[in-house]
Design a protein around this ligand. Structure first.
Ligand SMILES: *[C@@H]1O[C@H](CO)[C@@H](O)[C@H](O)[C@H]1NC(C)=O
Ligand SMILES: *[C@@H]1O[C@H](CO)[C@@H](O)[C@H](O)[C@H]1NC(C)=O
Ligand SMILES: *[C@@H]1O[C@H](CO)[C@@H](O)[C@H](O)[C@H]1NC(C)=O
Ligand SMILES: *[C@@H]1O[C@H](CO)[C@@H](O)[C@H](O)[C@H]1NC(C)=O
Ligand SMILES: *[C@@H]1O[C@H](CO)[C@@H](O)[C@H](O)[C@H]1NC(C)=O
Ligand SMILES: *[C@@H]1O[C@H](CO)[C@@H](O)[C@H](O)[C@H]1NC(C)=O
Ligand SMILES: *[C@@H]1O[C@H](CO)[C@@H](O)[C@H](O)[C@H]1NC(C)=O
Ligand SMILES: *[C@@H]1O[C@H](CO)[C@@H](O)[C@H](O)[C@H]1NC(C)=O
Ligand SMILES: *[C@@H]1O[C@H](CO)[C@@H](O)[C@H](O)[C@H]1NC(C)=O
Ligand SMILES: *[C@@H]1O[C@H](CO)[C@@H](O)[C@H](O)[C@H]1NC(C)=O
Length: 882
C-alpha cells in the first residue's frame, strides 16, 4: 500500500469533510449466486453468526479498506434461515457443490471470542476467509486448523494475540496471509518458512520481537512482505535476499541494526523498500538504485552515515520516492540527484552539508511534489524567488532551519501548486507576501524574527487550516474584515502579543487547537471564546497576564486546558464537569481560591491535573481518578488527614497495563500540540516539554496535610515521582512504599515523620533520588546502593538516624556524590512519522487506536492534520480493548 500519488490536498480535505459530515463509502461485497446452499453449510453459518455479537455502534470504530473509510456494516444481519445462504452477504459458494468457499466478514461490527469448537470448522471447503476489522479474540486457530483448502486468510485488525503465529503453519496451502494490526507477541516461529506457497505475508502492526527467521529464505513465491511496526531486531535479514520475486519489502518501525547489504540487488524485482525508523547504520548502498524496478525507497530515521551515493546513473531511474531524512548523512549532496528526474518526493532533511549547497541541482526535478530540505546546515542562503521558479508542481516544501531570503522584491513565479510551506527557523524578519497563495493550507513561520502585527491578509487565505506563528516577536493582530474561517490550528505562543485577546480569535469558528501561551495578553478571558466550543479541543492560554475568573459554560469539547501562570481568581467553574473529553487541566500559578475539585473525578478521561501554587484549601475528599497519571496540587492550603485507603481507586497509577508505544505516539497531545507541564522531580524543577504517556507523578507538597501517609500509596505501582514534602505528616513511612517498584524520586522531607526508614526502599532499583530531611526519623538507614548514592543533605535534621550507610554517605560532606538527572523525559528529538504509519494510524498494544491517519498528505507529525474526532474514537476503542 503506497499513497504518495495520493498526496493531494483535495483528497485529504475531501476525506476530512466527508468525515465531518459523517459520510463514508458503502462496502458492497455481497456476491449473489444462483445456487442453493447446502443445509449443513447454512446451519454452520447461522451457528457461527450466533457465536458472536454485533457490536453496539457507539462502541464501533472505523474501518479502512484500500485507504478508504468503509462504513462498518453488519453483514450477518442479512443471514436469515429462510433464504438461500449463497445469497447472504459475504458468502461465496461453489457453483457446483453449493459449499461455501469464501467468507468475507470484514468490517462487520462483529465482536466476541472464538472458541475451540467454533462452527467455522464445519465449512470444510473454505478457501478464503476474511475476518479483518472486527473485534474478534480468542482461539481462532483451533477452529480453522482443519480447513485444508484455505489459501487466503485475512485476520487483520482484530485483537488476536500470540497463539495464532505458532499454529498458523498448519494451513500449508496458504498463499495470502494477513495478520496485521492484532496483538500478536512473541517471536516469529521459524516454521512459517514451511508455508512455501505464500505470495503475500503481512504481520505488520503487532508486538512481535526477535529476528526474522532464516527459514523465510524458503518463501520463494513471496512478492510482498510486510513486518513493519513491530519490535523486530537483528541485522538485515539476509535470508530475504533469496526471495527473487519480492517486490515489496516493508520493515519500517522496528529495531533492525547493522548495514543494508550491497547485494540487496538480488531482489531484482524490488519496487518498494520501506525501512524507515530502524537503527540501520553504515552507508546506503548505491547498488540499491541500480535495481531497475525500484520505485520507492524510504530509509528515514535510521543511523545511516557517510555520503549519499547514488552511483553512476545513465538513464533516469524510475525512482519516484526517495526519503532518507533524519539520518547521519553528511558531505556534498551528490549532483547525480539531478538525474532522478522521475522523483515525486525527495526528503534529505538533516543531511549535514557543511557549507555551500548548489540548490540549482534540484531544478531538474520537474515532477517533484514533496521536497524536504530542512536542516541542511548549509551556509548558502536560499532565495525563494529563484528556488520556487525551479518547480511547477511542488505542493509541499520544507526549508526549515536553512537561511532563507524571502523578500517581496519581485513576484514569485507561479508557486500556486504550493499548499504546505515550512519555513521554521529560517532567520526571516518580514512575513513574505508570496505565502498568500490561494491553495495554501499549512504555513509554518515559527522560530523566526518577524515583528509587528500579524497581517490581516493571512486570514483571507481561503484554505489555510494550520498556521504556526510561534516564537517570533509579533505584537498584535491586524484587523481584518474576513476572518480565517478555515483555520483549524493556530499556534501563536512565544510572541509579544499585548492587550486583550482580540475578538478576531473568536471568529475562528473551526479552530481545534489554539495556543496563545507565553505572551503578554491581559484582560479577562473573553466569553466570546465560547463561539469555538464546538470544535476547540486544545486551548493554551498559559503564561500571560490574564485576570478575572475562568468563565463558566464556555467550552465543551476540550481535551486540554492550560491557563497556568496568569492572575486568574475565583473558583473553578463547575461546568468543567461536563468536559467529558478533558485529559489535561492545568491551572497552576494563579489565584484560584476554592476547595478541592473532587467533582473532577467524574471526568472519565482526566490524566493530568495541576492545581499547583494557588489558594485551594480544605480537605481533599476521598476520590477516585481512574485515569489520572499526573497530579500536582502542591503549594496550596490543603489540610486534613488522608484515609489509609485514599489511593485505592487511582487505577492508572496502579496499572497502566502492558502498553507499548510507537515513537510517534509516545507523548500526550497530538501531532500539532504537545501538552507540557513543569514538575518537581528529584529535587529539581523540570519542564516536561512533552509528556510521555507513561509518565506518572504525584505531588502533594507544600500543603498542610497531617496524619499518616496512607498505606494505600503502595498500590500506585506505576508511580515515578512522589513528593509529599513540606506538610505535617506524622507516623511512620509506610512499608507498603516498598511496592512502588517504578519509583525514581521520593521526597518526604519537612514533615513530622517518625520511626525507621523502611528497609524495603533499599530494594527499589530505579529509586535514584530520596529526601528524608527535616523529620524525626530514627534507627538505621538501609544499606544498598540506592541509599549509598544519596546526598548527605537527604538525611539532615533527623538527629536519631544512624548506621554504617549514613556514616558512609556523610563521611565527607564535601565529596561530590553522583546525581544524574533523568533524561528520558527531556528528550526532544524530532520524531518523523512515516506516512504509512499515519495512514494505518493506530498502534496495537496501545489501548487507543484508530487515529485518523488516512489523511495522506502529511509526512511529519506536527504537520499532520489529525481529524479532531479521532480522539473520541481512540477513547472508545480504549474502553473496548480492556
Ligand atoms: C533459497 O531458496 C532455495 C530454493 O529456491 C532453497 O533451496 C534454499 O535453501 C534457500 N536458501 C535459503 C538461505 O533459505
Ligand atoms: C549477501 O551479502 C552478505 C554479506 O553482506 C552475505 O552474507 C550473503 O551471503 C550474501 N547473499 C547473497 C544472496 O548474495
Ligand atoms: C554545520 O556547519 C558548520 C560550518 O558551517 C560547522 O562548524 C558545524 O559543525 C556543522 N554542524 C554539524 C552538525 O555538522
Ligand atoms: C526561537 O527561535 C530562535 C530562532 O529565531 C531559536 O534559536 C530558539 O531556539 C527558538 N526558541 C524556542 C523556544 O523554540
Ligand atoms: C476591527 O474591525 C471591527 C469590525 O470589523 C471594528 O468593530 C473594530 O473597531 C476594528 N478595530 C480596530 C482596532 O480597527
Ligand atoms: C515586547 O513589547 C514590549 C512593549 O509592549 C516592549 O517593551 C518589548 O521590547 C517587546 N519585546 C520584544 C522582544 O520585542
Ligand atoms: C457553546 O456555547 C453556546 C453559547 O456560547 C452554548 O449555548 C452551547 O451550549 C455551548 N455548547 C457546548 C457544547 O458547550
Ligand atoms: C479565599 O477566600 C476566602 C473567602 O471566600 C478568604 O477568606 C480567604 O482569605 C481567601 N484565601 C486566599 C489565600 O486568598
Ligand atoms: C505489596 O503488594 C503485594 C501484592 O502485589 C501485597 O501482597 C503486599 O501486601 C504488598 N506489600 C505491602 C507492604 O503493602
Ligand atoms: C547536596 O544537596 C545540596 C542541596 O540540595 C547541594 O547544595 C549540594 O551541592 C549537594 N551535594 C552534592 C555532593 O551533590
Amino acid at each position: 500500500m503506497k499513497g504518495y500519488w495520493n498526496l493531494t490536498s483535495t483528497i485529504s480535505l475531501t476525506l476530512s469533510i466527508l468525515f465531518l459530515f459523517g459520510y463514508s463509502y458503502e462496502d458492497v461485497s455481497a456476491v449473489p449466486t444462483t445456487h442453493l446452499c447446502r443445509p449443513d453449510q447454512r446451519d454452520a453459518l447461522l451457528q457461527f453468526k450466533n457465536e458472536f455479537e454485533v457490536l453496539n455502534s457507539s462502541f464501533a470504530y472505523d474501518c479502512y479498506l484500500d485507504d478508504y473509510i468503509v462504513k462498518r456494516h453488519p453483514k450477518t444481519e442479512s443471514w436469515r434461515n429462510n433464504s438461500d445462504c449463497c445469497t447472504w452477504e459475504g458468502i461465496t459458494c461453489n457453483v457446483k457443490s453449493g459449499e461455501v468457499i469464501e467468507l468475507d466478514l470484514s468490517c462487520s461490527y462483529l465482536g466476541g471470542r472464538f472458541h475451540s469448537n467454533s462452527s467455522l470448522q464445519n465449512l470444510h471447503s473454505l478457501t478464503t476467509l476474511d475476518l479483518s476489522s472486527n473485534r474478534f479474540s480468542g482461539q481462532i486457530m483451533s477452529s480453522i486448523r482443519n480447513l485444508s483448502h484455505i489459501t487466503s486468510l485475512d485476520l487483520s485488525e482484530n485483537v488476536f494475540s500470540e497463539f495464532i503465529l505458532s499454529s498458523i503453519v498448519d494451513l500449508s496451502y496458504l498463499t495470502y496471509l494477513d495478520l496485521s494490526w492484532n496483538f500478536l507477541s512473541g517471536q516469529i516461529p521459524s516454521s512459517i518458512g514451511n508455508l512455501s506457497h505464500l505470495t503475500s505475508l503481512d504481520l505488520s502492526g503487532n508486538n512481535i520481537v526477535g529476528e526474522i527467521p532464516s527459514s523465510f529464505g524458503n518463501l520463494n513465491h513471496l512478492t510482498s512482505l510486510d513486518v513493519a511496526v513491530n519490535r523486530l531486531n537483528g541485522s538485515f535479514p539476509i535470508a530475504l535476499l533469496n526471495l527473487t520475486k519480492l517486490s515489496s519489502l516493508e520493515l519500517y518501525y522496528n529495531q533492525f541494526t547493522g548495514t543494508i547489504p550491497h547485494n540487496i540487488t538480488s531482489l531484482s524485482k524490488l519496487t518498494t523498500f520501506y525501512a524507515s525508523n530502524n537503527a540501520f547504520t553504515g552507508t546506503l548502498p548505491s547498488s540499491l538504485f541500480t535495481i531497475p524496478s525500484i520505485d520507492y525507497v524510504n530509509l528515514s530515521d535510521n543511523q545511516l552515515n557517510g555520503n549519499l551515493e547514488l552511483g553512476n546513473i545513465s538513464s533516469p531511474p524510475k525512482l519516484r520516492v526517495l526519503v532518507v531524512g533524519n539520518n547521519k548523512l553528511r558531505g556534498l549532496i551528490p549532483g547525480t540527484i539531478s538525474k532522478f528526474t522521475n522523483l515525486v518526493r525527495l526528503d534529505l532533511s538533516r543531511y549535514t552539508t557543511q557549507g555551500q549547497v548548489d540548490f540549482s541541482i534540484f531544478s531538474h526535478l520537474k515532477w517533484l511534489k514533496l521536497l524536504d530540505l530542512s536542516d541542511l546546515n548549509a551556509t548558502t542562503t536560499i532565495d525563494m524567488n529563484d528556488f520556487l521558479s525551479y518547480f511547477k508542481r511542488l505542493g509541499v516544501l520544507d526549508l526549515s532551519g536553512n537561511h532563507v531570503s524571502a523578500t517581496n522584491k519581485s513576484p514569485i513565479s507561479d508557486p500556486s501548486s504550493l499548499y504546505q510551506l515550512y519555513l521554521s527557523g529560517c532567520g526571516i524578519t518580514e512575513l513574505p507576501e508570496f505565502v498568500r497563495l490561494q491553495n495554501m493550507e499549512k504555513l509554518d513561520i515559527s522560530n523566526n524574527k518577524i515583528k509587528g502585527q500579524v497581517p490581516g491578509w493571512l486570514w483571507k487565505i481561503p484554505k489555510l487550516i494550520y498556521l504556526n506563528l510561534s516564537n517570533n516577536t509579533f505584537t498584535g493582530f491586524e484587523n481584518s474584515t474576513k476572518h480565517g474561517l478555515s483555520l483549524m490550528a493556530l499556534l501563536a505562543s512565544n510572541n509579544n502579543f499585548t492587550g486583550k485577546i482580540p475578538s478576531l480569535i473568536c471568529d475562528l469558528r473551526f479552530v481545534f487547537i489554539l495556543d496563545l501561551s507565553n505572551n503578554n495578553f491581559n484582560g479577562s478571558i473573553p466569553r466570546c471564546l465560547g463561539n469555538l466550543n464546538y470544535t476547540l479541543t486544545d486551548l493554551n492560554l498559559g503564561q500571560n497576564h490574564l485576570h478575572g475568573g475562568l468563565p463558566e459554560n464556555i467550552f465543551g469539547n476540550l481535551r486540554a486546558l492550560d491557563v497556568g501562570h496568569n492572575q486568574l481568581t475565583g473558583k473553578l467553574p463547575r461546568s468543567l464537569i461536563r468536559f467529558s473529553s478533558l485529559e489535561v487541566l492545568n491551572v497552576e500559578s494563579n489565584f484560584f481560591n476554592d476547595t478541592f475539585p473532587f467533582w473532577l473525578s467524574f471526568l472519565p478521561e482526566l490524566k493530568i491535573l495541576v492545581l499547583r501554587s494557588n489558594a485551594f484549601y480544605g480537605t481533599i475528599h476521598h476520590t477516585s481518578f481512574p485515569k489520572l497519571q499526573i497530579i500536582d496540587i502542591s503549594h496550596n492550603h490543603f489540610n486534613g488527614a488522608l484515609p489509609s485507603h485514599y489511593f485505592v481507586k487511582w487505577s492508572a497509577m496502579s496499572s497502566l497495563g502492558s502498553i507499548y508505544y510507537q515513537p510517534d505516539e509516545m507523548y500526550m497531545g497530538d501531532s500539532y500540540y504537545h501538552d507540557s507541564v513543569v514538575l518537581m522531580n528529584k529535587g529539581i524543577e523540570m519542564e516536561l516539554v512533552r509528556i510521555l504517556k507513561i509518565y506518572t507523578a504525584l505531588d502533594f507538597s507544600g500543603n498542610k496535610f497531617e496524619g499518616e501517609i496512607p498505606r494505600s500509596i503502595g498500590l500506585l505501582k506505576e508511580l515515578l515521582v512522589l513528593n509529599l514534602s513540606n506538610n505535617a505528616f506524622t507516623g511512620h513511612i509506610p512499608s507498603s512504599m516498598g511496592n512502588l517498584t517504578a519509583l525514581e524520586s521520593l521526597h518526604v522531607s519537612q514533615n513530622q515523620l517518625s520511626g525507621e526508614i523502611p528497609q524495603e526502599l533499599g530494594e527499589l532499583s530505579f529509586l535514584s533520588y530520596m529526601n528524608f530531611s527535616h523529620n524525626k526519623l530514627t534507627g538505621l538507614v538501609p544499606g544498598g546502593t540506592q541509599f549509598r548514592r544519596l546526598n548527605c543533605t537527604s538525611f539532615e535534621d533527623n538527629p536519631e538516624l544512624s548506621g554504617p550507610s549514613l556514616d558512609e554517605i556523610c563521611r565527607d560532606i564535601h565529596t561530590p556524590t553522583p546525581h544524574e538527572p533523568s533524561e528520558e523525559e527531556e528528550e526532544e528529538e524530532e520524531e518523523v512519522l512515516s506516512w504509512k504509519a499515519a495512514v494505518i494510524g493506530f498502534i496495537p498494544g496501545i489501548a487507543f487506536g484508530w487515529v485518523i491517519g488516512y489523511i495522506l498528505f502529511s509526512y511529519k507529525p506536527q504537520w499532520f492534520f489529525m481529524n479532531p474526532f479521532a480522539r473520541n474514537k481512540r477513547r472508545i476503542s480504549s474502553t473496548t480493548t480492556h
